[in-house]
Design a protein around this ligand. Structure first.
Ligand SMILES: Cc1cc2nc3c(=O)[nH]c(=O)nc-3n(C[C@H](O)[C@H](O)[C@H](O)COP(=O)(O)OP(=O)(O)OC[C@H]3O[C@@H](n4cnc5c(N)ncnc54)[C@H](O)[C@@H]3O)c2cc1C
Length: 399
């Protein structure tokens, strides 16, 4: 959606992965604009907003997530938008065009805020991003956070650290005025991007158990606490293979895999969803930003004794470099040497490094093995000693 709003994707039809007609051709009936208002597990029926009741043998709850609102006066004013689904995206883009918006304020500084700051800038808008934390994209802290800040600054996005929104009012210079803990901001449009939480109301109403994160608890088959009820996607938890804990990770690739596993189990070809290692990436103007596994802080919370290394490296051999940068932070467990996670920000090549390390994490490799991984060396894509080798070997020396 950010790329549709930023006009990189111009045709909204391209955002639809599969149309209702395509579903129907494969024998799947799609009922649009039809909500499920209630479930009766004893009768095995769901009641629809149309008044109908549908029988089921097996139920899959895939209700997704809902936007977290800041809970401030004026958050319901015209011009204040969430960005959670296609309808939000279409409404926001149409508003930007019809209201000829020039100034955007984004509340929240996570990955959606980062992608949207680029989308608004590519429309020539003035963009301010605020967050209660000291830096945007908090999982990439320290030097990597500064690298992200520098990219925002170089692209004329103003980041307001440790800033809390207090209220939104009708403005005089612009449509809206956002009152914050650090002063007032004029805006034609305000985007709320402080996160999502699992939409669990329906599951809760029938006593399906929730996990510690507040999302629906599932097992490795995607089954909930009710025998014939499954849950998939952003409404449920997922197992983190590194921390060995059930976490909340609202991401599209995870939702897709969980959906397939639930479908397989229901269809009689048993399968398990083995969990995630916690990989994620996004693009910010000219930067690739990626992470896998645990950050150092998350490793401590999960009971590890982490040892970390941060290095600046190059995405290619030194002789071919034109000043590109690659920052890599890697973390391992001091007592076992096991790789725990990594974050990378680079002009290019960050996702390649993180994807490589995601496979290493999946296979529970120790840092000494990572330090000698057989990576595909060619001067355009790295040095004979890749930043991955260098960071891992530096950690190995500290153990
Ligand atoms: C701007 C943006 C960018 C993103 N970028 C990435 C990315 O780069 N990588 C990534 O991995 N993920 C990304 N995500 C997250 C990803 O889109 C979601 O994790 C994924 O779509 C979740 O799928 P889902 O099926 O669980 O939920 P959804 O796609 O939200 O589907 C849930 C559906 O259930 C319907 N529903 C809810 N309650 C009821 C009810 N009672 N009755 C009937 N229907 C109901 C909803 O209307 C909705 O259509 C992004 C999300 C956003 C908003």
């Amino acid at each position: 959606m950010p790329y549709y709003i930023g006009d990189v994707i111009k045709d909204e039809q391209k955002l639809i992965v599969r149309t209702p007609e395509e579903f129907r051709k494969s024998g799947i009936d799609v009922m649009l604009r039809t909500g499920v208002d209630g479930v009766d597990p004893a009768k095995g029926t769901v009641s629809l907003s149309t008044g109908q009741a549908l029988p089921y043998d097996v139920l899959v709850i895939a209700t997704g997530a809902e936007t977290v609102w800041p809970g401030i006066p004026g958050q319901d004013l015209e011009g204040v938008f969430p960005l959670k689904n296609l309808t939000d995206g279409l409404r926001l883009k149409s508003f930007l065009e019809t209201a000829r918006c020039k100034k955007a304020v984004i509340i929240g500084g996570g990955f959606i805020a980062m992608e949207m700051s680029e989308a608004f800038r590519s429309r020539g808008m003035d963009v301010k991003v605020m967050d209660i934390l000291p830096a945007p994209a908090a999982r990439w802290g320290g030097e990597l956070g500064l690298f992200i800040l520098e990219e925002l600054r170089n692209n004329s996005v103003e980041f307001l650290p440790e800033t809390r929104p207090l209220s939104i009012e009708a403005g005089s210079q612009c449509r809206l005025r956002v009152k914050t803990s650090k002063g007032d901001l004029d805006a034609d449009v305000v985007l709320v991007a402080i996160g999502v939480r699992g939409k669990v109301g329906l599951a809760e109403s029938i006593g399906v158990k929730k996990g510690e994160t507040g999302a629906v608890q599932v097992n490795f088959s995607q089954k909930t606490s009710h025998d014939n009820i499954y849950a998939v996607g952003e409404c449920c938890e997922v197992f983190n293979r590194v921390s060995r804990r059930w976490i909340y990770a609202p991401l599209g690739d995870v939702a897709n895999k969980q959906g397939r596993i639930a479908g397989q189990n229901i269809g009689g070809t048993p399968g398990v969803f083995p969990g995630v290692v916690g990989s994620q990436s996004f693009k910010l103007f000219g930067l690739e930003v990626a992470t896998t596994g645990l950050t150092e802080a998350e490793a401590i919370k999960s009971g590890f004794a982490p040892v970390s290394e941060f290095i600046w490296g190059l995405p290619m051999a030194r002789q071919l470099s034109r000043g590109e940068k690659l920052g890599l932070k890697m973390t391992a467990d001091r007592s076992t040497g096991r790789l725990l996670g990594a974050q990378c920000v680079a002009d290019e090549g960050a996702v390649k490094r993180i994807d490589t390390l995601a496979v290493a994490l999946w296979n529970e490799m120790v840092i000494q093995e990572v330090g000698y991984l057989d990576l595909a060396y060619s001067p355009f894509y790295g040095g004979a000693w890749d930043p991955i080798h260098i960071a891992a070997q530096n950690i190995a020396r500290k153990l």
